[in-house]
Design a protein around this ligand. Structure first.
Ligand code: NDP
Length: 419
């Protein structure tokens, strides 16, 4: 324990030396650890050691509100971008996916210990204007960005606790820091004026006032696969979407598939994917049971999908200003505002969902997955760039998809080359 006392006070060299010694890293491992050092990130997080890179690619074929989008995605899961592009292509007819931002506010709460909800509600109603003013004064520039505090309400949580909920239009930012600053100022203002004690002040990631709705359609005929006609595939997708509504076990994986796409874009755009995950999953449980986020129905000769999710994203602020690549990614996606970002993120979620459901109810998920997974196996086995395709080819021929087989094949390729 003593080794790491005041670890954060130590300089970079001392920190890496201590960790290397503690973990008995070899000289090569230590070099690997420090290879991607970025000075500016040493100031971004505590106890910084290195940068940890993930692959970035682009999803193509996506059309959102009539605009073609090329969407940067950061993910380590081999099949995610292929599936997003595939689902996007299916949903690209006419104007593509229709996307609408339904709410623009972030919500924060001041939790108060009081058994008198009526008294607290009365106070908030009477002092509404002053409370809005106090919140705005804590971060006055928000008014310059056409935002600001909009609403205050009181909710009773149980017999002893209430929440004062503050709704703020946080402009083009995700707004967490902005909101927390406003809440803390408001809590200071309230402390000696209300009956009760304040337990905490913090934004909520639930996001009921930052919903984004997307809808897309595909001709049933376009869903046919080798051996299964489009009508059958469409009906099975509708059934799969129903199962995600009635079974939380299935809903969890249904939603994980949606988040495969959403998280990857959120990361590429320098946003807080933990905040997005927390919001989306709590929204999926809004009626007391965890449910699938999307809904697929057949309408005439079309399969129509809808997805509504809370998204508290920032076009400005947070890590978007720290990582240079975010600006490049915003430009690749031709995204110029938080509204467009939210629309594209939700649209990718819907496209991802369609591709996953179509695969699940037809050929199964593994066929598409394994094609890309084999690359990953070959790389894990140690194949160089020139060797990957040979290893993958032989894995396919031998109908194998495990690491031991990949290693065996690689060994034999190298032995043969050595002969
Ligand atoms: P910032 O603290 O970076 O704030 C954004 C800043 O951008 C504003 O304060 C404002 O600064 C500036 N700005 C410039 N133009 C605009 C505009 N048009 N609209 C709005 N702001 C503008 O980030 P956020 O407040 O957005 O907070 C996001 C960060 O908070 C993320 O990194 C997140 O991970 C983290 N976080 C998340 C929590 C959670 O989700 N539970 C909790 C705590 C933190 P100025 O007024 O100076 O011009």
């Amino acid at each position: 324990m003593g080794t790491f006392k005041h670890f954060y006070h130590r300089d970079y060299q001392e920190r890496t030396d201590l960790v290397s010694e503690f973990a008995q890293l070899s000289k090569e491992q230590q070099a690997q650890l420090t290879l991607d050092y970025q000075q500016k990130n040493d100031h971004l997080i505590e106890n910084y050691l290195t940068d940890y890179a993930l692959p970035e690619g682009v999803a193509v074929n996506l059309v959102v509100n009539g605009d073609e989008k090329v969407v940067p995605m950061v993910t380590e899961e081999p099949s995610v971008i292929a599936a997003a592009s595939n689902g996007a292509r299916l949903l690209s007819r006419d104007n593509g996916i229709e996307a609408k931002v339904l709410g623009h506010n972030l919500m924060g709460q001041i939790v108060v210990k009081t058994d008198n909800v009526n008294l607290l509600t009365g106070f908030v109603n009477t002092h509404f204007d002053k409370m809005i003013e106090v919140a705005n004064q804590a971060h006055p520039s928000i008014l310059k960005y056409d935002g600001g505090a909009k609403e205050v309400r009181v909710r009773q949580l149980d017999e002893t606790y209430c929440s004062i909920d503050l709704f703020v239009n946080v402009g083009e930012a995700m707004g967490a820091n902005m909101m927390n600053t406003m809440l803390e100022a408001l809590a200071d203002f309230l402390t000696d004026k209300i009956e009760g004690t304040i337990l905490m002040s913090i934004l909520s990631n639930y996001g009921e006032d930052s919903l984004v709705q997307v809808q897309g359609a595909v001709s049933v005929a376009k869903l046919s696969t080798a051996g299964i006609d489009g009508q059958t595939v469409a009906k099975q997708i509708v059934a799969a979407s129903h199962i995600a509504q009635i079974d939380p076990y299935r809903a969890a994986t249904h939603n994980k598939g949606i988040m495969n796409g959403i998280d990857a874009v959120v990361m590429a755009m320098g946003n807080d994917w933990r905040a997005v995950e927390a919001g989306v999953h709590s929204f999926a449980s809004q009626n007391g049971q965890y449910r699938g986020l999307s809904d697929w129905q057949i309408d005439g000769n079309k399969l129509v999908g809808k997805l509504t999710i809370p998204l508290s994203l920032g076009f400005i602020g947070g890590a978007t200003k720290v990582f240079d690549k975010v600006k490049v990614n915003q430009q690749i996606a031709k995204i110029t505002s938080k509204k467009e970002l939210s629309e594209v993120v939700a649209a990718i979620g819907l496209a991802q969902n369609l591709a996953a459901l179509k695969a699940l109810v037809s050929e199964g998920i593994q066929k598409g997955h394994m094609g890309l997974q084999l690359n990953s196996l070959a790389i894990t086995a140690g194949a160089t760039e020139d060797e990957v395709s040979q290893v993958v080819q032989q894995l396919k021929e031998q109908h194998q998809a495990d690491l031991a087989s990949a290693e065996k094949i690689l060994k034999s390729i190298r032995n043969n080359e050595g002969e």
